[in-house]
Design a binder for this molecule. Structure first.
Ligand code: GLU
Length: 292
């Protein structure tokens, strides 16, 4: 098996909370259980949503929890040249194209095709600009998604599938506001950093097929994926800042880590944090043998 390289990739839109700590702990445990390396990447491409200083806070929170990256952390905001090069490759091979559509244009086109917008769901792109801009100015760049169902096996959720072409359509690589889309940045970075195993929250599971499609378009291999259980807020939604997640209380990191471990089905430990981490590595249920 290629030497294991895992990562935790928080968006610095605020401090870590009980939910994001689960993904941090799970990715660290998976790396340690496989004798691998664990990296941290700040996903700060969506700059309007980032909070100044949240990156420093997150690194301090991880350190207080004894989750220390094996290599210097990376910031996506400094890696635009890599994303530009990847987009250039896709444009040259005609796998990406410019798009002039506003959100309203997309909704109108879908309505005209008899596919009205489903509330709460991102509208699939109807393909308007696939054949050219027809004189309209380019706003964004999209991937030309090939037809067919994308299948993959999640290490916890089992076999998964999505018809990306019809359910999502040609998705955005560079946004109309000039910012890089998460899908492009994460695929380029996972490949550039040699990530072999992605461990992250289950809310991102439905992004995986888009990332697999993009990896194929760029001629990149795919890492293995494990999506971890989410911490739910009182309203039943994924815990997030919007529904009242509190920043981690670092006066008692062991208590915060015990709570995160419980979400992962690991027994609580009353011992010191280093001993607790060592015990969880030994109990980690997602050990993959070579060739799995
Ligand atoms: N930045 C994403 C988040 O904080 C994680 C993306 C990923 O792990 O691929 O939810």
């Amino acid at each position: 098996m290629t030497a294991y390289r895992g990562r935790f990739a928080p968006s610095p839109t605020g401090p870590l909370h009980a939910g994001s700590l689960v993904a941090a702990l799970a990715s660290w445990l998976d790396a340690r259980a496989h004798g691998g390396r664990w990296l941290v990447r700040m996903e700060d491409v969506d700059t309007p949503r980032c909070i100044p200083g949240a990156d420093t806070t997150i690194l301090a929170q991880l350190a207080a929890c004894h989750l220390l990256p094996d290599e210097p952390p990376q910031w996506q905001s400094k890696r635009g040249a890599l994303y530009q090069a990847a987009l250039g490759r896709l444009v040259r091979t005609r796998k990406a194209y410019p798009c002039a559509c506003s959100r309203k244009d997309i909704e109108d086109a879908l309505a005209a095709q008899g596919r009205p917008r489903v509330r709460g769901q991102e509208a699939p792109y109807p393909g308007t600009c696939r054949s050219g801009l027809h004189g309209r100015p380019a706003r964004a760049w999209r991937l030309r998604v090939p037809e067919g169902v994308v299948r993959w096996t999640d290490r916890r959720l089992g076999p998964q599938q999505q018809d990306v072409a019809t359910e999502v359509g040609d998705f955005v690589l560079r946004r109309a506001d000039g910012l890089w889309a998460y899908q492009l940045a994460v695929v380029v970075d996972d490949a550039d950093e040699g990530i072999t195993h992605v461990v992250r929250g289950e809310d991102l599971a439905d992004n995986t097929p888009r990332q697999l499609v993009l990896q194929r378009a760029l001629g990149l291999g795919a890492p293995a994926y494990l999506h971890t259980p989410l911490v739910l807020a009182a309203d039943g939604e994924k815990l997030s800042k919007q529904n009242g997640a509190m920043p981690l209380d670092l006066r008692d990191p062991l208590a915060a880590m015990n709570a995160a471990a419980a979400v992962l089905g690991l027994p609580g430990q009353a011992t010191s944090l280093p001993d607790a981490l060592a015990a969880w590595v030994r109990h980690w249920p997602f050990l993959q043998s070579p060739g799995d």
